[in-house]
Design a protein around this ligand. Structure first.
Ligand code: SF4
Length: 484
């Protein structure tokens, strides 16, 4: 059976689709889908006689239910071997009405292609809706003591652009998405063995993020100083065309020459490390003791589970902090909450964190600082205490994100895990939880059942994050000391 996700992969890159058939990576959703969106739609419209689709349903079941006048929700039908789900279909006042259902706040124009394909398959099965609308989650809904489904969902006829602004009626976008699905399906059934086909590099290989199959496709070009590892660069493809396949070969005017790119090129020419020592010294001089190394873990809920939360709000459930005094002594504090632990989290954090000194966080502004600002908005009684924390935060990622320090082994990446492995013998690989999404997955399990093992694994993971911060800061300090 083919699904829309297969067609999406194939139209992105045939080899990408081909690889995805050989090995299916584990999918770890970063959002907790804590309620079934179709159950909410059912409640919103007050439907009674419903066929609610289930995995593995025979497509004939939905067609039969449609003939019987039932409401179809997430019901599976097929054309050839291409299967789609009819999101929400019912008959009213002699008309057939279709709602596309989106478990998101601002369904984007890019969703229109899937909508067109759905209509294509429906039409092939003799179902042509008279009306088409959309229903999605209301981004501005704030939960009171109970969930109000009529406020939490909203109906619209327009898609949104990337800035979440209305961007045209659904009919206009459907028209723009017309394509020959029969021809596409045919092509996908006659794929050659693409393991032997050498693809040309294209923007899909590295735009937004590096394709997970990049190393397989271009094994010779994935060395640390490959021009493909040049960050924020659209000119790297031109460089490669000109034969400049290593950053060390760049002279300057072939690339955009941002600060980070400069650091990358200089490190490549030295075959190792670039350090802007004056800038690093200046950044380090802002640190004051005690230094608190801080890290949070949180999960995102599709539907607000607790009062004063909005759709897709996050709930911070854990922190780890290492505290270093001027003599280099290290102490450790940690917290792990359950269910609605927001106030307990705040109070525990405020009671344990030093009242003075720098608070060092990796990627502070987009993460920990933002989390505290969100909590302060919901619980203004703690705003002053929380403000004193986020205002003392310094971002440990900054020396890397600004091109002050670059090690060729970073290969265009700078995250805690990568830096820890470069600057020490420690690694997350030995931990039961080795990455953030796995921590969220384990935390979801912990919500269902008490488990000391999971708690221990979560403490170990979050504790490793703050210890990695200690290692990284001390490495940066050594880079300066080595020169004195
Ligand atoms: S690296 Fe590029 S060519 Fe290879 S599978 Fe990914 S997108 Fe396709």
């Amino acid at each position: 059976m083919l699904h829309e996700s297969d067609i999406k992969k194939y139209t992105r890159c045939d080899k990408y689709y081909w690889y995805s058939l050989q090995e299916k990576p584990e999918f770890l959703p970063f959002v907790t889908y804590n309620m079934d969106i179709y159950e909410l739609v059912k409640e919103y419209f007050g439907f009674e006689d419903v066929l609610m689709g289930k995995k593995g349903d025979d497509p004939e079941k939905a067609l039969q239910a449609y003939k019987e006048g039932k409401v179809l929700l997430n019901a599976r039908i097929a054309y050839r071997d291409f299967r789609i789900n009819i999101p929400c279909l019912f008959q009213k006042d002699g008309k057939t009405v279709l709602y596309f259902v989106y478990a998101q706040c601002f369904p984007k124009i890019s969703e229109a292609q899937k909508a067109y394909d759905t209509l294509y398959v429906m039409e092939k099965n003799g179902i042509v809706p008279d009306e088409i609308h959309m229903i999605h989650i209301n981004a501005y809904y704030e939960r009171k003591d109970s969930l109000d489904v009529h406020e939490c969902l909203m109906v619209t006829d327009e898609y949104y652009n990337d800035r979440n602004r209305p961007a045209g009626l659904i009919e206009e976008h459907l028209e723009a998405c017309k394509r020959d699905l029969d021809a596409l399906i045919e092509e996908m059934h006659h794929l050659p063995d693409l393991s032997l086909v050498q693809k040309k590099r294209n923007p899909n290989c590295t735009s937004h993020y590096k394709c997970e199959y990049f190393k397989k496709c271009f094994p010779g070009n994935d060395h640390d100083t490959s021009i493909m590892n040049l960050v924020q660069s659209s000119k790297k493809y031109d460089c490669e065309q000109m034969g400049i396949d290593d950053m060390a070969m760049v002279q300057g005017d072939e690339i955009e020459a941002t600060r980070v790119q400069y650091a990358q090129v200089m490190a490549a020419k030295k075959r190792g490390l670039f350090v802007d020592k004056a800038a690093l010294k200046s950044w380090l001089s802002q640190l004051t003791y005690p230094i608190t190394y801080l890290d949070f873990e949180w999960q995102t809920y599709m539907i607000p589970p607790y009062e004063k939360m909005k759709p897709y709000d996050v709930l911070v459930f854990q922190y780890s902090m290492h505290i270093e005094d001027e003599e280099g002594n290290l102490t450790h504090e940690q917290y792990l909450g359950k269910e609605d632990c927001r106030i307990e989290f705040i109070e525990d954090l405020i009671s344990k964190i030093p009242e003075k000194g720098t608070i060092l966080v990796f990627n502070a502004q987009g993460a920990e600082a933002l989390r505290l600002q969100q909590l302060a908005k919901v619980f203004p009684q703690y705003e002053e205490a929380l403000r004193s924390i986020w205002e003392r935060m310094m971002d440990l990622a900054l020396p890397f994100s600004c091109g002050i320090v670059y090690d060729t082994r970073m290969a265009g990446e700078y995250n805690l895990k990568k830096l820890l492995s470069l600057f020490s013998d420690l690694s997350y690989e030995s931990l039961e939880i080795s990455q953030g999404l796995l921590a969220v997955k384990k935390y979801r399990e912990l919500e269902e059942t008490e488990s000391d093992e999971i708690k221990e694994a979560l403490f170990e993971y979050c504790g490793m994050d703050t210890y990695a911060e200690v290692v990284i800061l001390h490495t940066l300090m050594k880079l300066i000391k080595a020169d004195q």
